[in-house]
Design a protein around this ligand. Structure first.
Ligand SMILES: Cc1cc2nc3c(=O)[nH]c(=O)nc-3n(C[C@H](O)[C@H](O)[C@H](O)COP(=O)(O)OP(=O)(O)OC[C@H]3O[C@@H](n4cnc5c(N)ncnc54)[C@H](O)[C@@H]3O)c2cc1C
Length: 404
């Protein structure tokens, strides 16, 4: 009997572990390899706004069982005014060490799925232009060879598998904005758990309420501010205190651990696969985290790739299936990618004139009486180059009863 796995997946976080769950359900023999051990953290905040995939993977209950708050509202501050509203569905903010671990445990509940932790994949096996497996080094320095019909790179934005397989990048845009975040205890809460977004002087603050008494505070800053904050992490809080209400709300708060940061995330697509290989998650598509879509997009790709693998099992041509997978993937990712690029590129500090006018309008109900009836048309006209912006608002509005 052939003891090789059917599929080797390099990387066992959101993308890799979710694909392993889907393949485990199909009874496929899967070997997950990761240089990390689980549970462990990774560089990421964790705003999870689309929970359908989590539900379909049958892990939603376990994710929620860790005491996370269900966040039903979003508030956006412009200077010291804000607009707040309910969301069509709730959001969760699960820490990555917990979320990834729930996925890994679920994958390992299938008897055909195996995980090797602490294995660094550092070579790819190829014959006649076909990827046939990988070599990986364990913690003791021993090198192991693994072969399979398919090698999947779920190994993040700097994917080794993508590099070795020669996956070309397209639609690229360099990182635009540095991101920092930290976990705080005892930030004074507002009445209901609400994702709070602060647009202030060209910076964006994100307050994610996780569990009662624990919040994740994120900050996208201007490129020149990266080294200043990296060298003086207390600058993070100084900037946060400038956001409306945060001076007093942070008075009793304390940072747990340290402020973590990156100069920014690269934006690109990579070719989705080829002879004996495929990519999912950030390995295949990476973008700025400001729109909080990375995990959801990784899950979506796993569902699409699992479908392609099933069709391959049923006799389909891999060459055709991988082409179709890439097309479907790009169609699904396109709107979110365009919105993200537009968001990060068009962000600018509002002028003090614009802010003053908004403040005056925000506090005047007679103005809103005149403005609200015209908002749909106004947004539609102002975002003609970006139809998905109006589309996403319309989509959500329909769940509140909007008809047009
Ligand atoms: C600052 C920041 C904030 C973010 N905030 C959000 C947010 O709020 N919401 C959201 O949805 N997304 C967010 N994202 C994006 C999100 O983190 C990614 O989209 C997501 O982690 C992609 O998952 P993945 O499984 O593809 O890759 P990763 O999470 O990067 O996992 C890759 C895995 O591969 C393993 N690996 C890599 N190379 C090798 C190798 N050679 N051998 C063995 N193992 C290997 C790594 O150890 C790792 O475990 C954020 C990202 C950043 C940087």
């Amino acid at each position: 009997m052939n003891s090789n796995p059917d599929v080797i997946i390099v990387g066992a976080r959101v993308a890799g572990a979710s694909l392993a769950i889907l393949l485990g359900r199909m009874g496929k023999k899967v070997l997950l390899l990761d240089k990390a051990a689980f549970p462990s953290d990774t560089l990421s905040t964790h705003h999870l706004s689309h929970l359908e995939y989590v539900k379909k993977l049958d892990v939603l209950e376990e994710v929620e069982a860790s005491g996370l708050r269900k966040i039903n509202r979003m508030r956006t501050y412009i200077g010291d005014s804000f607009i707040e509203g309910p969301r069509a569905s709730y959001t969760l903010i699960p820490r990555r060490d917990q979320f990834d671990h729930v996925l890994v445990k679920k994958a390992l509940s299938y008897p055909t799925v195996d995980l090797k932790e602490g294995y660094i994949v550092n070579d790819i096996l190829k014959a006649h232009d076909r990827v046939q497996g990988v070599k990986a080094q364990d913690k003791k320095g021993n090198v192991h060879e693994f072969k399979a019909s398919l090698v999947v790179g779920a190994d993040g934005k700097n994917s080794f598998i993508a590099q070795e397989a020669g996956a070309k990048k397209y639609n690229e845009q360099s990182p635009v904005r540095p991101v920092f975040y930290g976990y705080y205890h005892n930030v004074q809460p507002i009445v209901e758990p609400t994702t709070e977004i602060f647009l202030n002087k060209g910076r964006i603050g994100f307050l994610f309420p996780m569990e009662p008494g624990v919040d994740c505070l994120g900050l996208e800053v201007l490129p020149y501010e990266f080294s200043e904050i990296a060298k003086n992490p207390e600058r993070f809080e100084e900037i946060y205190r400038q956001f409306y209400g945060m001076e007093s709300r942070l008075a009793q708060a304390s940072l747990q651990g340290r402020i973590i940061g990156t100069t920014g995330m690269p934006n690109f697509y990579r070719e989705a696969g080829g002879n004996g290989w495929a990519l999912v998650g950030d390995a295949a598509h990476s973008k700025d985290p400001s729109t909080g879509l990375g995990m959801n997009d990784a899950l979506m790709q796993s569902f699409l790739l699992a479908e392609a693998i099933e069709a391959w099992d049923n006799g389909g041509s891999w060459r055709e299936l991988i082409k179709r997978f890439q097309k479907q993937r790009d169609e699904n990712l396109g709107p979110g990618y365009r919105l993200t690029l537009d968001y990060i590129q068009s962000r600018r500090a509002l002028t003090s004139q614009e802010e003053s006018l908004f403040q005056a309008m925000a506090a005047n109900p007679m103005v809103w009486n005149k403005v609200v009836p015209h908002l749909p048309q106004l947004l539609k006209q102002q975002s003609q180059h970006m139809p998905e912006l109006y589309g996403s608002v319309e989509h959500e509005a329909k769940s509140f009863g909007f008809e047009y």
